[in-house]
Write a protein that binds this ligand. Structure first.
Ligand code: G4P
Length: 194
C-alpha cells in the first residue's frame, strides 16, 4: 500500500535492528485519513470472506480495526490486556507472550460478543512473532467461530510471525512488509525481491 509505505519512509524512526517507531501516525498520534484508507484496503483484500466481526487487541490495533469495521459495516471488538472491573464472568481468556516486552498478558473477550456462526477478521498494527495474532485466533476458535483472515498494518518480515500464521493455515494480508531495519534504514520486502 503506497500511501502507508510513503508514511513509513517519511515518518518512521528506526530505533534498532528490531524496532521501528511509528508513533506519529499509528502508535500514539494517529492519522485518521491514513487509517480510513487502511480500512478500505483491508475491506478490499478480504472482500468475499463474509466477515461478521472485526477483532483486535488494545490499544494500537483499535484505530485500523474500527476503520475496517466501519467500511465492512460490522461490529469491532477489542481484546483487553488489562483486567476490567466490569468484565469478569463469561469471558474467553488466552495467554499472550510478548518477546519484545518479555512479559505475558492475559487477553480477554466477553463471550457476549462472539458466537459460533461468526466469521472474524483479526486486525493488528504490528506483526512480529505472531503471538498476539495467534492469541486472538485462539479466542475466536474457543467459541467455535471461524478466523476469516488476519490483516496487519506493518509486518516485520524478518521475524517469523507471518510465516508461522500462514503455515497454520490463516490468510494473512500485510499492508507493508519490512524486510530489514539494519543500518538504521527501512527496507521493504518487495525491494529485496526486485
Ligand atoms: P507479536 O504479537 O507479533 O509476537 O509481537 P510482540 O509481542 O513482539 O509485540 C509486542 C508489542 O510491541 C505490541 O504492541 C506490538 O505492536 C509492538 N511491536 C512489536 N514490534 C514493534 C516495532 O517494531 N515497532 C513498534 N512501534 N511496535 C512494535 P503492544 O504492546 O500491544 O502495544 P499497543 O498496541 O498497546 O500500542
Amino acid at each position: 500500500m503506497k500511501l502507508l509505505r510513503d508514511k513509513v519512509m517519511e515518518e518512521g524512526i528506526v530505533l534498532s535492528d528490531q524496532v521501528l517507531k511509528v508513533d506519529s501516525f499509528l502508535n500514539h498520534q494517529m492519522d485518521p485519513v491514513l487509517m480510513k484508507e487502511v480500512g478500505r484496503e483491508f475491506t478490499r483484500r478480504f472482500a468475499g470472506e463474509q466477515i461478521t466481526k472485526v477483532l483486535t487487541i488494545e490499544s494500537s490495533g483499535i484505530a485500523p480495526a474500527i476503520m475496517t469495521a466501519l467500511e465492512l459495516g460490522v461490529p469491532m471488538i477489542f481484546a483487553r490486556k488489562h483486567k476490567s472491573l466490569t468484565l469478569r464472568d463469561n469471558i474467553l481468556v488466552e495467554k499472550v507472550y510478548s518477546f519484545t516486552k518479555k512479559e505475558t498478558n492475559e487477553i480477554t473477550v466477553s463471550k457476549k460478543f462472539l458466537c459460533p456462526e461468526d466469521r472474524v477478521l483479526i486486525i493488528d498494527d504490528f506483526l512480529a512473532n505472531g503471538e498476539a495474532a495467534f492469541g486472538l485466533a485462539r479466542i475466536v476458535e474457543q467459541i467455535g467461530a471461524k478466523v476469516a483472515g488476519i490483516g496487519i498494518v506493518i509486518e516485520k518480515a524478518f521475524q517469523p510471525g507471518g510465516r508461522l500464521l500462514q503455515e497454520a493455515g490463516y490468510q494473512v494480508e500485510s499492508l507493508v512488509r519490512v524486510a530489514s531495519l539494519e543500518n538504521g534504514t527501512v527496507t521493504f520486502a518487495e525491494e529485496v525481491i526486485s
